[in-house]
Design a protein around this ligand. Structure first.
Ligand code: ZN
Length: 175
């Protein structure tokens, strides 16, 4: 596979790649590792707390997170699988690097268990019931073609309608 990772950039709504269901990748592929490292770089440049591969126009099941209190701060999740606790839910405001200017309230389960392959090619699992659990769910949604605008409240739907329409119109008009 030839891919210039330096050329990878974050894409915005309504890019159709954001709506595709991403496919699992081979964690042993050096290109996958190079892409993951590039994703960490792009996440930091954009001052985000998470980034999923579809956001750089690769329909692959990888995401990265950057949570200040986590150890390590930066983490790579290849082919992640989530188990959600369904008893406790909470609503928090979320933004998305592919939806600049959009902040909406999203209701999600508190507790999540994640299993994934790390950058070292080793499987790991983690549990969280705070900020990280929310990032995992947001990023994992990206791997299934789901965006926060699919989960927002009717009030936010009204509030963001014009902004989203403007984004679709300017995308149609081209760069
Ligand atoms: Zn996002």
């Amino acid at each position: 596979m030839t891919l210039n990772v330096e050329q990878l950039r974050i894409v915005s709504y309504p890019d159709p790649v954001l709506r595709q269901k991403a496919t699992p990748v081979d964690p042993a592929d050096p290109t996958v590792r190079a892409v993951a490292l590039r994703m960490i770089e792009l996440m930091h440049e954009a001052e985000g707390v998470g980034l999923a591969a579809p956001q750089i126009a690769l329909s692959w099941r990888i995401f990265v997170t950057n949570a200040r209190d986590a150890d390590p701060v930066d983490r790579v999740y290849i082919n992640p699988r989530l188990a959600l606790g369904r008893d406790d839910w909470c609503t928090e405001e979320e933004g998305c690097l592919s939806l600049p200017g959009i902040h909406v309230k999203v209701r999600r389960p508190h507790w999540v268990r994640i299993e994934a392959i790390g950058l070292d090619g080793e499987p790991f699992s983690m549990e969280d019931d705070g900020f990280l659990a929310r990032i995992w769910q947001h990023e994992n949604d990206h791997l299934d073609g789901v965006l926060i605008i699919d989960r927002m409240t009717p009030i936010d739907r009204l509030a963001t309608r014009k902004l989203l329409r403007d984004m679709r119109v300017s995308a149609e008009a081209g760069p």
